[in-house]
Design a binder for this molecule. Sequence first.
Ligand code: 13P
Length: 306
Amino acid sequence: MKIIDYVDILSALRKNKKIFIDGDVIITPLAKEAAKRHNIEIIKKEKKMRKEIIAGNWKMNNCLNESVELAKGIIDGIKELPDKRIVVLCPPFTSLYSVSQLVSQARDERKIQIFSGAQNMYFEDKGAFTGEISADMILSCGGSFVIIGHSERRKIFNETDDLINKKVKKAISKGLIAIVCVGETLEERENSKEFFVVKRQLKQGLKELDLNEITKVVIAYEPVWAIGTGRTATPDIAQKMHEFIRKQILEIFNSEVASEIPILYGGSVKASNIKGLMAEKDIDGVLVGGASLKPDEFLKIIFYEK
Ligand code: 13P
């Protein structure tokens, strides 16, 4: 239970005269009186106000024809979407243009919130960076999102927090929404380092972002031990980390940003475990790998029942 006291009122007075509260709180009588005197608004934010994002990371799967078939299979199953639910398809670069065309058509015709995104990008605008893809190139193919700092990029391609930070800044400056991945390895968890690692990834990955830039960020918590292993984090384990992430965002930015930023869970998400995960108050969506490659399974995830 959080307590709002006089110090919180003073801090709001120095900022934007608003305090956003999430969940159960106690407001001390002194704080209540001071809030009234200084016209500080205390606004209760519900999880419901945040968008729900169901994103599919297709990783290095599907040639062009297979991607088109998969995207069509998914789109055909979405006549409409529940309020506030957004679907994002992240195919390989080679299919991004075609998948973007399909989602854009679905958006126009069905008025549904479905978008495409890339799985990675480089932070430079252009030049001699053989094999790399720029933010502008993603945008020119119709992509709206980009996954940055996925654990496979960190591990297999040696991406550092510093590189990830450069990519995040560039993506946002160009108008992309950055899905920034964080998460600990099994070894780190077994050594009780999970909170330490995620804190470092957030602090360094989001370094020097201003209050406007952070509104273009979605965080994805993907514990490495749960990716592709069939071993999902229990809703309780995931919620504990999501709550911790929201607290870090509050410390780095402010309570308004913390209560609004979508935090997704990723790691062996399936139709059979989505409901339990989404019932947690700080889990705002999912980043799905393997199960996003099967239209029926992914549609069940998109249309999970509350
Ligand atoms: P899986 O859903 O296959 O475990 O992959 C998760 C993931 O890495 C999404 O980015």
